[in-house]
Design a protein around this ligand. Structure first.
Ligand code: GDP
Ligand code: IMO
Ligand code: MG
Length: 433
């Protein structure tokens, strides 16, 4: 029996959705533990692509899917996602889908504040997804947020909203100079959402712990990536939650000793959406090649992703912060036609060499990558189904990642489809009861 956390090691979009969908086959439940619909997780099964923003990526494997207490949930988006999946003949009932009664509700004013502030900041903007994530987490910390438990009780909800809205609308009107929604408008809209979602709202932590007690296997699905973590990422160019594996315990309501393995998802190169420092970023034709071949466009906002070489300073930081026990290397096929590959092994800053990820973004902005060159394989590896059959140069690239990160590669992904994967070690199958 094993409970596994899947965490992004870079700046998100590493291919978590694909790997979670794959691993979910042997899980009993898949749990999201932080973030909201800033996430966009892609799964490709039987030639069809699904992008999920809130519902865990275990839904196509027909597993119990749980939205943990650590999430901020836009009810409108969640309902759209449920309807979209139902249209695709995927069953979603209160038996296989739970929303934590402690999860926070994203309100219209959160979205307005998010986008309004970004506009005011001009070129100092963070480049958020505009989904209201930051402002909703702010309210959670300020203890003025609305949880699902309150949201589904009409009187409790309207009373709380009435109090909160006075302050929000003052800020929206006077500071952001925008038109806020009235109490009546929000109540009318959100009352309908509450009715639809109420049957799914339950004590998620109790449900997860019950499953664990009954020897169920839990897969905890991280969103975003380690370097977007509110504490450990490139602050302030981060999201507003703890994206590291440690967040899984708080955001799902389980104890740390329940976690057996932490798998870090590593794109074979690096991408980033939004603003913020990115030392190994490429501005040349290789960067443009990777962007095009990797189809690096955001699954949530459609923005072009910035691309660069694989950065081991970042990966080693993720190994440390998440306690990674294994790696899943994704999008290895994208590097196919490149003659040589670079791995960033350190940063040059003034006259020193930095190997530990600096806290100060101003320092990071001035860091120059130190590269180690490796030969490419100049071959399409997307049709290979066994590790043994990979070109020697591909194996060497993987071995070098293992050596530098001191972490074993468990999974190799060579295409977006579920079956375009070489699994070397599946911890769900290897940990004895
Ligand atoms: P997530 O947010 O970490 O789940 O990642 P996204 O879904 O936002 O972005 C990853 C993109 O890469 C999606 O379009 C996936 O379908 C695609 N993808 C995942 N793994 C692979 C792979 O091994 N090769 C290729 N070519 N595409 C992949
Ligand atoms: P998945 O789960 C990539 C980025 C945004 C922005 C910053 C803050 O698909 O990997 P926010 O809206 O969260 O306040 O934006 O974080 N960001 C992501 N980048 N993948 C994601 O999720 C992201 N979620 C947020 O682009 O730079
Ligand atoms: Mg994504």
């Amino acid at each position: 029996m094993a409970n596994i956390v899947v965490a992004g090691t870079q700046w998100g979009d590493e291919g978590k959705g694909k790997i979670v969908d794959l691993l979910a086959e042997n899980a009993d439940a898949v749990v999201r533990f932080q973030g909201g619909n800033n996430a966009g997780h892609t799964m490709v099964v039987n030639g069809e692509q699904f992008v999920s923003h809130l519902i865990p990526s275990g839904i196509l494997q027909k597993k119990i899917c749980i939205i943990g207490n650590g999430l901020v949930v836009d009810p409108k988006v969640l309902i759209e996602e449920i309807n979209y999946l139902k249209q695709k003949n995927i069953t979603i009932t209160p038996k296989n889908f739970i929303i934590s009664d402690r999860a926070q509700v994203i309100m219209p004013y959160h979205k307005l504040i998010d986008t309004g502030r970004e506009k005011l900041k001009g070129d100092k903007k963070i480049g958020t997804t505009g989904r209201g994530i930051g402002p909703c987490y702010e309210d959670k910390a300020a203890r003025t947020g609305i949880r699902f438990a309150e949201f589904i009780k009409e009187t409790v909800f309207s009373e709380k909203l009435k109090t909160v809205l006075v302050e929000k609308n003052f800020y929206i009107e006077k500071f952001l100079k925008l038109n806020p929604s009235t109490l009546e408008e929000i109540l009318a809209e959100y009352k309908e959402y509450a009715k639809i979602l109420a049957p799914y709202v339950a004590d998620a932590s109790t449900a997860i712990n019950k499953l664990i007690k009954n020897k169920g296997q839990i897969l905890l699905e991280g969103a975003q990536g380690t370097h977007l973590d509110i504490d450990h990422g490139t602050y302030p160019y981060v999201t507003s939650s703890n994206t590291v594996a440690g967040g899984a315990c708080a955001g799902a309501g389980i104890g740390p000793k329940r976690i057996d393995e932490v798998i870090g998802i590593v794109k074979a190169y690096t991408t980033r959406v939004g603003e913020g420092p990115f030392p190994a970023e490429l501005f040349d034709k290789t960067g443009a090649f990777i962007q095009k071949k990797g189809m690096e466009f955001g699954a949530t906002t459609g923005r072009k992703r910035r691309c660069g070489w694989l950065d081991l300073v970042i990966l080693n930081n993720a190994v440390k912060l998440n306690g990674l026990t294994g790696l899943a290397i994704t999008k290895l096929d994208v590097l196919g036609e490149l003659k040589s590959l670079m791995i960033c092994t350190g940063y040059k800053y003034k006259n020193s060499i930095i190997k530990d990820f600096p806290a100060d973004c101003k320092i990071l902005e001035k860091c120059e990558p130190i590269y180690e060159e490796m030969p490419g394989w100049n071959e399409d590896i997307s049709l290979i189904d066994r590790y043994e059959n990979l070109p020697q140069n591909t194996k060497d690239y993987l071995k070098r990642i293992e050596e530098l990160s001191e972490t074993p590669v468990y999974i190799i992904s060579i295409g977006p489809q579920r079956d375009k994967t070489i699994v070397l070690n599946n911890p769900f199958l290897n940990i004895p009861a």
